[in-house]
Design a protein around this ligand. Structure first.
Ligand SMILES: [Fe+2]
Length: 384
């Protein structure tokens, strides 16, 4: 089974290792969750969906504390209140992880039903998704500290994109998008289906911080004509003047996993909302690619990443996150994984520097509300 259970579980612990118990307990806004919660919730997922009814729960209170949003599994603790939970502590969560790991490993020693195999694989991809959430969320936590502490290097090597000029032209026509059934995918990537595209082009590179500074200098955040109405409301209500984590001293500074430092003009811009991405594209007399356009031109994951397709910034698309024609949620409670979120969110494609290796696919559909900025999201332009 790919990826391997022990490797995925160990990587989560590696991500948490630089963090103190205090670091792991804080929730800096309702959208983020404490590291400790992620470590416990991913464990609860295996305990609930893989070990199942035959397993005696490690602690009966954990189902309430660590169920995220599965209505079919029962009531749960309020999401914005996750940061007030000091007990169980970090050591108890570690013991919970070890307990469930031992039970899953002994399950792996026996014969697994096809359904258990499916749920185990889903649990591994779920944990990889939470590994990125751990990185996003702790960056947000640390950014709120006036000392601007660094998280430090990630356990995997960042893939720095190469600046490439120009556009990839596509002639349009009927293209098939969606997962072809070889290997794992989430239910939201199916069914594969045909889409009719007009001729279009997509930029070879991501939008850079230097280009974003030009947008700021040209009054991008003060010109209502560039913005969707809801986006303009966000600019005013939230006081946006630059991407999340940017601040202005004499020059622009940005906060990141390595702490605070100058904005580097050649770096791809990160931490912009869909509203900002859309306004920037309009300012450039361009637009965002649709999901189908992105998928039609994106290179395969394993042929290099000079253009920053999978290892730098999730790329906002023009497409609302909705069901593909003929979509059916996965059976059982895990059918709540993707399908019920298919409203009021925009789709993002690719992957980011915080996405664990092996978790990216050309057909992968990420999604966030259009005002969200704490993800590692950037911009790839398209044009007619
Ligand atoms: Fe989850």
């Amino acid at each position: 089974m790919e990826p391997a259970y022990c490797d995925v579980r160990a990587l989560t612990e590696q991500l948490a290792a630089p963090l103190s118990a205090e670091d792991q307990t804080v929730q800096s806004m309702p959208d983020t969750s404490p590291t400790k919660w992620h470590r416990a919730h991913t464990t609860w997922f295996f305990e609930t969906f893989v070990l199942g009814a035959d397993h005696v729960p490690y602690d009966p209170s954990f189902a309430f504390l660590f169920n995220s949003y599965y209505e079919a599994v029962g009531p749960r603790h309020a999401r914005p209140e996750r940061g007030v939970i000091t007990r169980p502590g970090v050591a108890e969560v570690t013991a919970y992880r070890e307990h469930v790991d031992a039970a899953v490993r002994s399950l792996l020693d026996g014969e697994l039903s096809p359904r258990t195999c499916e749920l185990l694989e889903l649990g591994l991809h779920h944990e990889q998704q939470h590994q990125e959430l751990i990185v996003m969320d702790i960056q947000h936590v640390l950014s709120r500290n006036p000392r601007q502490p660094a998280y430090g290097p990630l356990p995997w090597k960042p893939r720095m994109p190469v600046a490439l000029d120009g556009w990839i032209d596509h002639p349009g026509g009927v293209v098939a998008i969606g997962h072809d059934g070889r290997g794992f995918c989430y239910d939201n990537e199916r069914p594969r289906h045909d889409v009719l595209l007009r001729p279009f082009q997509v930029a070879r590179s991501l939008v850079t911080c230097g280009e974003w500074q030009a947008f700021i200098d040209d009054g991008g955040y003060r010109r209502s004509e560039l913005w969707m109405s809801d986006g303009w409301h966000s600019v005013q209500a939230l006081g946006w003047e630059a991407p999340e984590y940017w601040s202005r001293a004499d020059d622009w500074q940005r906060f990141g996993l390595a702490g605070s430092g100058p904005v580097e003009p050649a770096d791809p811009v990160l931490h912009v909302s869909w509203y900002e991405a859309d306004a920037f594209a309009r300012w450039r007399d361009a637009r965002l690619p649709t999901e189908a356009e992105w998928e039609a031109v994106a290179p395969p994951v394993d042929v290099g990443d000079d253009g920053g397709w999978y290892g730098t910034a999730w790329q906002w698309t023009a497409s609302p996150y909705t069901a593909y024609p003929g979509f059916r949620p996965a059976p059982g409670a895990v059918g709540e994984y993707n399908g019920k979120f298919m409203v009021n969110q925009q789709a993002l494609r690719g992957g980011s520097l915080a996405t664990p290796r092996g978790h990216t696919r050309r057909t992968y559909r990420n999604f966030f509300p259009p005002a969200s900025r704490w993800m590692f999201a950037g911009v790839r332009l398209a044009s007619d």
